[in-house]
Design a protein around this ligand. Structure first.
Ligand code: UD1
Length: 367
């Protein structure tokens, strides 16, 4: 089976690692393409190192830009790679611009090279067309031949869009494969202790969605809430480059002062920090899932989530919308009082460390 796996941005690396490893264990020789959407050492190289991802076979070096620029550059760069390699499967993961760009090009080349497209993390829907990721998810699913879903709730979403039910296969959550594989290293690292933090006595926050960080009112409300929480316990904020640039540009810099601000962290560092946190506050999709697997209460700083399994599990809650400092503070206090949920002993179905093996089986069955 010739399998080409695409990764472009930080959350993709966490998903492709177990898939690549499972393919190799099964005797396959996957080809890895890195689009270069994320390129900083801390956004990319650190993840390759932590997760033992092999050097990409092809690096497209597209870099940053507007959505149109970035998507178009990936499309132009992946086309000759697909034409040269003629893979049986093009595996795309998640919902970033690189995901859609490669799926779209592969779908137009199907007749020429006979490839098929598998989308890992298919069927998640926030219902918010204002989110670039929602556009990427819906369109990627539409052009994919095999929809590999992380949770059962994804299936009715696909059927409602007219996608034949037999195209979807429930495989479980591949991000959680990575989490379980790396947890012993994360615990041995004990990052909170080396930062002078006490387990269960600090919060972690992450923030990077354009809708939260691109204007002064929303960024100010969220950072204001984090500053309020920091009066009760330390708040660690590993800062995404977009958020750092915007905080300075929008005059929100002083609101960072009460927080423990760090550079973006590597995977194992971040897992070590999250594992010991009292509460995580985030607008990331992946962190909602990782906290669910860890049993750490999470407050989601968005209008809606495409990952309802994290809510029904009981570990995740939505901050009242529209976000306000008082609303976020109240949600944080509720989450803090709630404490751990299941503590990693009870996870949603298929979040069991074996999703990548099921993905390889599904690819083989349909090759
Ligand atoms: C992208 C994904 C988002 C994902 C996030 C994880 C899309 C539409 N968005 O958002 O779904 O949750 O990655 O981080 O694909 N930058 C750097 N160094 C880098 C990469 C980016 O400094 O290595 C800066 C650049 O100023 C860039 C900005 O961050 O313009 C945004 O990067 P981009 O990849 O466009 O989107 P993210 O906000 O990272």
């Amino acid at each position: 089976m010739r399998v080409l796996v695409v990764a472009g941005a930080r959350p993709n690396f966490v998903k492709v690692a177990p898939i690549l490893h499972a393919l190799v264990r099964a005797g396959e020789a996957p080809v890895l393409v890195h689009t270069g959407q994320h390129y900083d050492a801390r956004m990319s190289d650190a993840f390759f190192r932590d997760l033992a991802i092999p050097e990409p076979d092809h690096h497209l070096s597209v870099g940053s830009g507007s959505h149109a620029e970035q998507t178009a550059r990936v499309m132009l760069a992946i086309e000759p790679v697909l034409l040269a390699l003629r893979p049986h499967w093009v595996v795309v993961v998640g919902d970033v611009n690189s995901t859609l760009a490669c799926a779209l090009v592969a779908s137009k080349l199907k007749a020429t090279i006979g490839c098929r497209i598998a989308h890992v993390e298919a069927g998640l829907r926030s219902g918010d067309w204002g989110m670039p990721e929602e556009v990427n998810r819906v369109l990627t699913d539409r052009v994919s031949d095999l929809l590999l879903t992380p949770s059962r709730d994804a299936h009715p979403n696909l059927v409602a869009e007219g996608i034949p039910a037999e195209r979807a296969v429930f495989v479980g959550n591949v991000m959680i494969d990575t989490l379980f594989a790396q947890l012993p290293r994360a615990r041995a690292l004990a990052l909170p202790q080396s930062m002078g933090l006490t387990a269960g006595q600090y919060a972690v926050a992450t923030l990077h969605r354009p809708s939260n960080v691109d204007d002064a009112a929303s960024l100010g409300a969220i950072l204001g809430a984090l500053a309020d929480i920091a009066r009760e316990l330390p708040v660690v904020l590993p800062l995404h480059p977009r958020t750092r640039a915007n905080a300075e540009r929008l005059g929100c810099g002083p609101l960072l002062d009460p927080l423990v601000v760090t550079e973006p962290l590597g995977y194992v560092e971040m897992l070590s920090l999250n594992d010991g946190a009292a509460v995580v506050l985030t607008d990331s999709g992946g962190l909602q899932e990782e906290t669910t697997a860890l049993g750490v209460p999470c407050v989601t700083l968005r209008a809606q989530t495409e990952r309802p399994a994290t809510i029904t599990h009981g570990s995740n809650r939505m901050a009242p919308w529209p976000l306000s400092s008082a609303g976020v503070l109240a949600a944080f206090r509720e989450a803090f009082l709630q404490g751990r949920v299941g503590a990693g002993t009870r996870c949603p179905e298929g979040w069991d460390g074996h999703a990548a093996e099921r993905i390889v089986a599904a690819l083989r069955e349909r090759c």
